[in-house]
Structures are given as C-alpha cells and as structure tokens.
Design a protein around this ligand. Structure first.
Ligand code: NAD
Length: 261
C-alpha cells in the first residue's frame, strides 16, 4: 500500500464482476473510497464488504447503467458517503457471441445500451461532481475489439470501437476542466465474462474458456504466454487513475499480453 489514490472517490460499474471487483479492491488498497455499482446488488455488496473488512471505505449501489435516473442516485449516494466523485470506471458490458448473420436486433441493442450508452450516461452523471472536486478521471473499458473487430458479434465490435470515440470526445470536451478520459483495452481475461453463462454474457461450450480448445486458442493468441487475470487490468486502471497518469488523456492503454500485435 502506497496511498497512490489517497483522497480519491471512485464509482466502479460492473463492480461486482471480475475486473470491476479487482479495480474496486485495488483502488481501495491505495486509499480511494469506492462506490461498488452493479445491476447485481448482492455481487456489489460482497465486494464492498470485503473492502470494508480489510479496513477500506466502500458502499454498494444497485445501478443499471442504462438508467440515467439510477445514475443520479449513484452519484448522490457516493457524494453523501464520501464527497464529490473523482474517478469513474465504466466496466459494465455485454456480449452475445454469434455471427453477423445470427446477431439479433435485440442483442445488438443490449450490447450497445449497456456498454456504450451506459458509459455515456455515466460520464454525463459524474462530470458535475468532478467539477466540484476540481477535476477527475474517467476510465473506459475497451477490448481487443476496440482495435480489431474479429469474426463475431458486430454489436460488440461497434460497442468497443465506439468506446474509443466516446473516450476521445470526453477527453477533448473536459481537458480544460482537469478531467481526463482514458480507454484501457485488455485481451483475454479470466472472468465470468468468458467462462460463465451470464445473462449479460452467455457462453456455450464452444465459447467458454472452460472448454480446453477455446482456452488453448486464446492462449495461442497471447504472445506473452498466459491469459490475463483481473489484477493485470486493475493495475493499469490504477496507474491511469493516479497522479502518475496525470498527462494521459484521450489515449488507449493495451494490457493484452501482445494479443493485438
Ligand atoms: N473478460 C474478458 O476477456 C474481457 C476482455 C476485454 C474486455 N472485457 C470487458 O470487460 C468488462 C467487464 O467484464 P468482466 O470480464 O469483468 O465480466 P464480468 O461478467 O465478471 O463482469 C461484468 C459485470 O457487469 C455487470 N453488469 C451487466 N450488465 C449491467 C448493467 N446493465 N448495469 C450495471 N452492471 C451491469 C454484471 O452484473 C457483472 O458484475 C466488459 O465491458 C467486457 O466487455 C472483458
């Protein structure tokens, strides 16, 4: 612990999930107070409880990122608990791993609304609070799909490419107010997103990394020779959120073991 985020106040969406949970815990270890926000309240509560048990400061909040009224409530809860928001981590995302032919209109809307519209609404919700704090950092979750779309799920490709544009737009709009915006793009990260069978990210045997063939395929596509774990990505979020990242805005940090090469 080196207090790299001492005095910071973060909202972490998808905070009950693999990568959001790791960010919440890592940020708290470095002195930030955390609002762990997730549509799955019990998952958010587990992460918040763990942080508090370890001596950190956290609250859990039920948030569907598609709902601007719920966003206003999350910001209010965070301000009431810890003061103005300095950091937003937009992790919440969805994917349905099917071909272009098979992607339904409903799947498309779900992917775009959770991943892209949710991040847009989050930025709009926190900016007023960041102004009160004298500045802030918005960290958007990218993907390999933010660099190259791959073979499947056009909705996911559009969402993650869209995140690059959203990041640049926010960075350009708010830099004069000391608000930075960065996109961080992982490769293959061992989380329920690619291992489990969740409503926001269904996996069949063909797409889950529980399937050794699929695991090996992803491993073979990772030059550094291992899949990422959530802390690999949380450490990059931590760097970008800290004052060490104070001259970084509008850009992408890849943490993918070389997968995008
Ligand atoms: N795991 C990977 O290999 C990988 C790689 C690149 C990018 N990503 C991205 O990382 C992000 C987080 O994924 P993860 O791997 O931690 O997955 P995860 O499934 O462990 O976590 C996702 C979390 O988001 C929450 N969520 C879903 N819909 C929501 C909504 N409408 N509002 C609020 N919260 C919602 C879920 O409840 C869950 O806790 C996603 O944006 C995903 O696209 C994942």
């Amino acid at each position: 612990m080196t207090d790299r985020l001492k005095g910071k106040v973060a909202i972490v969406t998808g905070g009950g999930g693999g990568m959001g949970g790791a960010q919440a815990r890592r940020f708290a270890e470095e002195g930030s107070s955390i609002c762990v926000a997730d549509v799955n309240l019990s998952a958010a509560e587990s992460v918040a409880q763990m942080i508090v048990q370890n001596g950190g400061h956290a609250v859990a909040c039920e948030l569907d990122v598609r709902d601007s009224t719920a966003w206003a409530g999350a910001v209010q809860m965070t301000e009431d608990s810890f003061g103005p928001v300095t950091t937003l981590c937009n992790n919440a995302g969805a994917n349905f791993r099917v071909s272009f032919d098979d992607q339904t209109e409903e799947q498309w809307h779900t992917i775009i609304e959770i991943g892209l519209t949710g991040a847009f609404l989050g930025i709009k919700a926190v900016v007023q609070s960041m102004r009160k704090a004298g500045g802030g950092v918005i960290l958007n979750m990218g993907s390999l799909a933010s660099i190259r779309p791959g073979g499947g799920s056009p909705g996911y490709a559009a969402q993650k490419m869209g995140m690059v544009g959203l990041t640049r737009a926010a960075a350009a709009s708010y830099s004069k107010e000391n608000i930075r915006c960065v996109i961080i793009s992982p490769g293959h990260v061992d989380t329920p997103f690619i291992r489990g069978d969740n409503s926001h990210s269904p996996n069949s045997w063909a797409t889950s990394i529980d399937n050794p063939d699929n695991y090996e395929r992803r491993l073979a596509g990772t030059p550094l020779g291992r899949l990422q774990v959530p802390d690999d990505i949380a450490n990059a979020f931590l760097f970008a959120a800290s004052d060490e990242g104070s001259m970084i805005t509008g850009s992408m940090i890849t943490v993918d073991g070389g997968s995008a090469l």
